[in-house]
Structure formats: structure tokens, C-alpha cells
Design a binder for this molecule. Structure first.
Ligand code: BGC
Length: 782
């Protein structure tokens, strides 16, 4: 069908309840029969109890030695009275070793099966590896996974995490996080794969398959169910602060924010967690059109929707769209919520009973929610395998698992500037300074052993001490990972590396609090005089969610003063940025000879950085976000063309500009990669064609390396102001020194369509350009 503008309406990928998609996951008749048999045995209260998720810490107590233990009486009474179907989180304030996890889950399962005849489903935020398992493997945070532009890394990281999660008897994770971070101030930018919807979709899909395996009806014993989060539009708060309103156009909401979820649902994702905040002033937990309409019905998805933390309460307490808890429950459950992450109170059970008996929530909605929860439990095979034995997981925390984390860190670290100071030759005297120089907490970021990531250094040091004398048959001693300073000592010899502590973080304070021991900076300047090169490790301490909010995106004044003092010595300064979001450094960047963004590479980040700085390895990370130059320009790379306009002639100047410090997709290496011969067939196409786009890439450097190849398109004229460019595909290739390869992408022409102001997907004929590296080719849609 053609519109007035020549648009072709693409009904096949148009959301509409009238044209239901194929089921996202084909139902398994055997499992469905078991669900129905179970449902037939359940009372209303049994069903409502399944819909409740409680925090494990609410049922913990301590024994005579001060160890955390489950209060069996409390557990039994919650199960008997409220029929609770799910638990989450850690037993105490920090994570615990794998050996302890199994005991807690076994106890929960025994009690659930005894009282309900139904196993519980336990969930943990395995946001970058096994977040809350102190002796397990942590992976680089997702922003780093995005920077690798390597889907295999995402998949392997998730596979390893699933294995180690299941080794702890935990079958379900609140991961992967796929919010598009569209505002650099947002404290959760680093929890997803960056600002682009395609990168989030592809990495999210790879992780979904890595976590769950390829048969969503039968999750294996080495796999776990995912919970994609936080659906939908969480990453674009107007204020930049966590859980504050997002205002998102229908075009962006449908075309960009929804796309990663759609891709993962189609890959079999079993559960989804809802955005705690509001979009266009409608709290997502009350948004029936999006939760039920777009997601459950639009994608024909039979999975389970869980609230985020206490978000039914937030509907009345914070969002004021309900007067009290009962009204809030009515809104949320009718909108499509299946499980309520309560997390400490079971009053929702009697309240929902009242709502059902008053006809305010239909029985059919409760049955639907309960069915979806049971379906998850059957798909996870929890009835037959409610917990696992750690001994059946010999690869837990293996060297191979650590190698996956190391490779992820290595491929994610981005070289942003190098005025011929890197690599640093052996024998050089190095001064290492800055608050991030000697901190595993800072390398890991939030969700690392604790929610905010605080205590990581102490927890890891203690574990190493506690296990120092352990024999190999008992897992051997736990080796504490290296900070940046420690890794540089290993690489260059401790005699050549000096650590300065002029600025450190106050580890018992807010994430932004710092100690400055010498405001004159005279001591560090003296140290610099004896060094050949200075490595300034700057950025942020760990945080997540609301405690990570900020009021100024500029890097802290202390840290900028430190860099200025270091540069005044005339010695070359290398900036290592260790931060969850791009803190503005435009005043100090010109003072540095090299800049490397490590973001949050986790426990192997120090070693990976040392290998890159010494030239043992080459850089191959690229920015999955736009690095802003000033606080008045937060554009993402896919801004609209009218955001950059040259100076006009005449008395009015309507010029506009976009000021990136470094653009999306930017990243240097020791090698030089040349692109040539970009071609596309057919060059004149219809919406049903698949375009074959090829380019030759040559490694003109002296090292074997890896290059991420990014394909962008631009729509030259459209019925709504087009974006300057959009990423359409990417791949990462190995290229030996001197080698040339041809990279070919298959690009369905319908991917060049967009969502218009009526919320419809349309393809508009006309001219487009395709771009890879510095190569551009024009093509024409008919
Ligand atoms: C976070 C979620 C997390 C949940 C459970 C919430 O505060 O927003 O990302 O999954 O807590 O820990």
C-alpha cells in the first residue's frame, strides 16, 4: 500500500493485535498438559501465591556463630499461609561462595515442594558473570561487551555465567539488560550494550542463547532462564536520573527501544522485567497497551512478566497513579504483570483475593499469570531437578572461564588517542596515579559481590587469604585478581612502577566522594620528575541505580587538577578512563598524549590493559556510545540531520552543531586498517530485495589484529526528518599483518524502513547511502 508520501506500509513487521505474529516460542504439548494438570489442583490462593516473589534476606537469621541461615519457621509459615512461589537475591549483604548457595536453594526447594507441591523459582542478578558468588567468574560489564562488537564474546560470557549460576543451584537470572542508554548522565549506562538498538538487539540475542541454550522449552542443567530488563524505555530519563520519567516519541519507542526486546523474545527469552519508571507519563507497570498489547499479544509471547523491585508500591507511593496498594495491584495485574517482586510483604495475596472477588481482576487474568509462571518452572525442569550439586560442575571458576572474561576485557578496551607514546617499552619508569589505579572495585563497577560494588577489594583479598592453604582437590587457593597497578608491576617489573595515592575514593562514602591528600600536588609532581611516563587512572568509583545519580557530568575537579599538575611536568601523560559513563574531560584531553577507555572491564581488566599498553596485544574495542565533549550536547550518533546545520547567510543565524569528544564506533589500534571497494548489489532495489554489501579491509600494520567492521546507512530524503546515519550490521574479523579480506553483509532492504508518526513501519523509496569506514556508496530504492 502506498501513502501520500510514496511510503510503503509494511504490515508484516507492523505491530497490530489484529495480525498476531507466529508464537514467539512454539508451545510444547507435554509441558502444557502438565501445567493444566497442576492448575486443576490449585486454589485461588495457591495461584496468587505463585505470583509473589520475596527477598531471601527477609527470611534470614543468624546462627550462634553469626552465620546467615534461613529461618525455617518463617519460611514454612510464608509458604503455608501465602503459598509464595519465588525468591530472589542474596542471603546477606554480600555474595557468598558457590558452596553456600546450594544449601540455601536446597532448603527453599524442599520446603516449597513439601508445602506447595511446586518448586520455587529463585532469581539472581547475574549482570556480568556471577554477581553474588564470591569465588565465581565475573565478566566485563555489558558496556564493554558492546565495545567488543563481537557476538561470540557475548554468547560465551552468558554460557559461562549460566553454568556457574546453575552450579549454585540458581535457575533464573535478571539479565541481560538491554535498555538503550540514550543519556550519558544516567547511572545505569554501563549495564547495557550502549546507545544503539542494533548492538543491543544482537548482543542481547547472543546472551539469551548463551544463557538459555537453543531450546526454550527445555532449559538444560547448565543453562538458566533469562529475564530481559527493563522493559521499556528505561534508559532515556529526561533528568538523567534513575527512575525518573522518560519522554520518548512513538517512532523511537517502537523502532529503537522495542527492537532489542523483540529480537530476544524471538530468540526464546522466557521472562522480562518491567521498567520501574514512566514513559510519556504512563508508569510502565500500568501500561497495558505496551505490556499486553505490544509484547504479549503483539509478539504472541507466552513468557512471564515480572515487576522490578517493589514497583507495585511505587505506583501509589511514587507515581501517584493509584491511591493505595490495592488500586495499584489492580492496575499492574490488569496491565499484564504476572509476578510481583514485592519484596518483603505478602499482603498482595489477600488484596488480590479481594480484587478477584470484587470482579476488579478477572479470574482469567490470574489463571493466565499462574500458567505463565508454571510454564517457566516446567521449562526449567524444576519439578524434576529443583537444585543441583556443585560437584557436578567441575568447570566452575575454571581457567577456561577466566579466559573468556580476559578475552572480553581485551577486545573491549578502546584506544581513543595515541600520539606515539604507546606501546610503552619495557624498562621505562612508570608513575601510576589516580583513584582508579589500585582498585578492583573500580574495575568491576556496581553489581559486583554487592549491589553497589563496594567492598570488592576486601571480599576478594579475604577469600584469597581464607583459601591460601587449600589443596588443588578442594578447588585450590583463590587467586586475587590484579588491579591496574598490580598488573603493570607484573608486566614491567615492580621496580619500574611507582604508585601514587594523591587522590583516592572514600570507600565508605558516596561513590563520588574522594580523599585528596595533597592539594598542592607537589609530591606527585616530584614523583613525575623521576618517571619516563605517567599513567593517570581516572574516572568513577562503583555505583548503580539511584545512588549513582549525578549533578555534573564533568570528571571531578580533583581529578582534572591532578591531570593538569601531571601535564605541567612535561612528562607524557596517558589517561586511563575507568568509568561507567563518559565523564567529560574536554579540558584535560589536550594535555594527554594518549587516552584509553577501559570502561568497566572487571577482574581481568588490569591484566588485559597491561598487555595492550605493552604492545603484546593490539587494541580492537570501539565505542558503543557517543562520548560527549560538553554538557550542552548529549546527542546520540543517530541524531536527526537538522541537529547539525552550517551558518546561514543573512541576519539570522540558525546554525546548530553536535560536539562529540569521540563518536560512536570510534577506536584506534596499533595497526592501520584500510577500507576499499565498497559495493552493493543490486544498487537499485525494492523493499523485498536483500542487498549484498561488500568491502575490502586490509591490515596495513605490523601486528596480527582484529577489526570491527560497521555498516551504516543514511536515508537522504524522507517524509520525516531522517537520522544522519544508522548502524545496520557489524562483524569482527581477524586480520594478520598485511592481510586483506572481503567482508560481505546481507542487508534486507526492509531494514531501511522506519516508524512514522502514526506508529507504522514504512519503507520509502528514494536515495540512500551506505557507509563502511571511509567508503560511501549511493543506492536507490524503487
Ligand atoms: C533493579 C533491577 C534488579 C532488581 C532485583 C532493582 O532495583 O532495578 O535491575 O534486577 O532490583 O535485584
Amino acid at each position: 500500500m502506498k501513502s501520500l508520501f510514496g511510503s510503503i506500509l509494511l504490515s508484516s513487521i507492523l505491530y497490530s493485535t489484529a495480525t498476531m505474529a507466529q508464537p514467539a516460542i512454539a508451545a510444547d504439548a507435554v509441558l502444557e498438559a502438565k501445567i493444566e494438570a497442576q492448575m486443576a489442583k490449585m486454589s485461588l490462593r495457591d495461584k496468587l501465591g505463585q505470583m509473589v516473589e520475596l527477598d531471601l534476606r527477609g527470611i534470614m537469621t543468624t546462627d550462634a556463630k553469626g552465620n546467615f541461615i534461613i529461618d525455617q519457621h518463617k519460611l514454612d509459615s510464608l509458604l503455608v499461609n501465602f503459598r509464595v512461589g519465588s525468591f530472589l537475591n542474596t542471603p546477606g549483604p554480600t555474595g557468598v561462595p558457590a558452596a553456600e548457595w546450594g544449601g540455601y536453594i536446597e532448603q527453599l526447594q524442599r520446603a516449597s515442594i513439601k508445602h506447595l507441591g511446586i518448586p520455587t523459582v529463585f532469581g539472581v542478578d547475574e549482570n556480568h558473570g556471577v554477581t553474588y558468588t564470591t569465588d565465581g567468574t565475573l565478566m566485563p560489564q555489558n558496556i564493554n561487551v558492546g565495545a567488543t562488537f563481537n557476538r561470540d564474546i557475548a554468547r560465551r560470557a552468558a554460557e559461562v555465567t549460566a553454568y556457574e549460576t546453575r552450579a549454585c543451584s540458581v535457575p533464573w537470572t535478571y539479565s541481560p539488560t538491554m535498555d538503550l542508554s540514550r543519556d550519558a548522565r544516567w547511572p545505569r549506562c554501563w549495564e547495557n550494550f550502549g546507545e544503539d538498538c542494533l548492538v543491543n538487539a544482537e548482543m542481547g540475542k547472543a546472551m539469551t542463547l548463551g544463557f538459555q541454550g537453543s531450546d526454550p522449552n527445555h532449559i538444560g542443567q547448565k543453562n538458566v532462564a533469562v529475564s530481559l530488563k527493563h522493559f521499556l524505555g528505561y534508559g532515556a530519563p529526561v533528568t538523567g536520573k534513575d527512575r525518573t520519567p522518560s519522554i520518548i516519541s512513538i517512532q523511537d519507542l517502537k523502532e529503537k527501544h522495542f527492537a532489542p526486546y523483540k529480537a530476544c523474545v524471538e530468540a526464546g527469552a522466557l521472562t522480562i522485567m518491567v521498567n520501574s519508571g514512566s514513559v510519556n507519563y504512563v508508569p510502565m507497570h500500568a501500561n497495558k497497551e505496551i505490556l499486553t498489547g505490544w509484547l504479549k499479544e503483539g509478539l504472541n509471547w507466552d513468557g512471564m512478566l515480572i515487576t522490578d523491585w517493589a514497583d507495585v508500591n511505587n505506583l501509589f507511593g511514587r507515581e501517584k497513579v493509584a491511591a493505595n496498594k490495592k488500586d495499584a495491584l489492580e492496575l499492574a495485574v490488569n496491565a499484564g504483570i504476572d509476578m510481583i517482586m514485592e519484596p518483603y510483604d505478602c499482603s498482595v495475596v489477600p488484596l488480590m483475593e479481594e480484587l478477584v472477588s470484587e470482579g476488579r481482576i478477572p479470574q482469567s487474568r490470574i489463571d493466565d499469570a499462574c500458567r505463565r509462571i508454571l510454564r517457566l518452572k516446567y521449562r526449567l525442569d524444576l519439578f524434576d531437578h529443583p537444585y543441583q550439586k556443585l560437584k557436578d560442575y567441575p568447570e566452575f571458576a575454571s581457567a577456561e572461564h577466566k579466559a573468556v572474561s580476559y578475552q572480553g576485557a581485551l577486545e573491549s578496551i578502546v584506544l581513543l588517542k595515541n600520539e606515539e607514546v604507546l606501546p610503552i617499552a619495557k624498562g621505562k619508569k612508570i608513575l601510576v596515579t589516580g583513584p582508579n589505579a589500585n582498585s578492583l572495585r573500580a574495575l568491576n563497577g556496581g553489581w559486583s559481590y554487592t549491589w553497589q560494588g563496594n567492598g570488592a577489594d576486601e571480599i576478594l583479598a579475604k577469600l584469597a587469604e581464607d583459601t591460601a592453604n587449600r589443596k588443588a582437590k578442594d578447588g585450590g587457593p583463590f587467586i586475587k585478581p590484579n588491579t591496574i597497578y598490580e598488573a603493570l608491576c607484573k608486566e614491567y617489573g615492580a621496580d619500574n612502577v611507582v604508585l601514587d595515592n594523591t587522590i583516592s575514593y572514600k570507600n565508605d562514602g558516596a561513590y563520588y566522594e574522594e580523599n585528596l591528600v595533597d592539594a598542592s600536588m607537589s609530591a606527585v609532581k616530584q614523583q613525575a620528575a623521576n618517571a619516563d611516563i605517567i599513567i593517570a587512572c581516572i574516572g568513577e568509583n562503583s555505583y548503580t541505580e539511584t545512588p549513582g545519580n549525578l549533578t555534573d557530568l564533568n570528571l571531578s575537579e580533583n581529578q582534572r587538577n591532578l591531570v593538569k599538575a601531571l601535564a605541567s611536568t612535561g612528562k607524557p601523560v596517558v589517561l586511563i578512563l575507568n568509568e561507567g559513563r563518559p565523564r567529560i574531560i574536554s579540558d584535560i584531553e589536550p594535555l594527554a598524549k594518549a587516552v584509553v577507555d577501559v570502561m568497566l572491564p572487571s577482574n581481568c581488566g588490569g591484566d588485559a590493559l597491561a598487555a595492550l599498553l605493552s604492545g603484546k596485544e593490539d587494541f580492537s574495542g570501539k565505542l558503543p556510545f557517543s562520548y560527549p565533549r560538553t554538557i550542552s550536547a548529549f546527542n546520540c550518533y543517530d541524531y536527526r540531520v537538522s541537529e547539525v546545520v552550517g551558518t546561514m547567510e543573512g541576519s539570522y543565524d540558525y546554525s546548530a552543531d553536535v560536539a562529540f569528544q569521540w563518536p560512536f564506533g570510534y577506536g584506534k589500534s596499533y595497526n592501520t586498517y584500510y577500507y576499499s571497494n565498497l559495493r552493493c548489489t543490486p544498487s537499485e532495489f525494492t523493499v523485498d530485495d536483500v542487498l549484498t554489501v561488500s568491502v575490502d579491509v586490509r591490515n596495513a600494520g605490523e601486528m596480527n589484529g582484529k577489526e570491527s567492521v560497521l555498516l551504516f546507512s543514511s536515508d537522504l530524503v524522507a517524509s520525516q526528518t531522517p537520522e544522519i546515519r544508522r548502524l545496520r550490521d557489524f562483524t569482527k574479523i581477524d586480520l594478520k599483518a598485511g592481510e586483506q579480506k572481503t567482508v560481505t553483509f546481507s542487508l534486507p532492504a526492509k531494514n531501511l524502513s522506519f516508524v512514522n508518526s502514526q506508529g507504522n513501519w514504512v519503507f520509502e523509496p528514494g536515495e540512500f547511502t551506505l557507509q563502511i569506514g571511509d567508503q560511501v556508496v549511493k543506492i536507490k530504492g524503487k
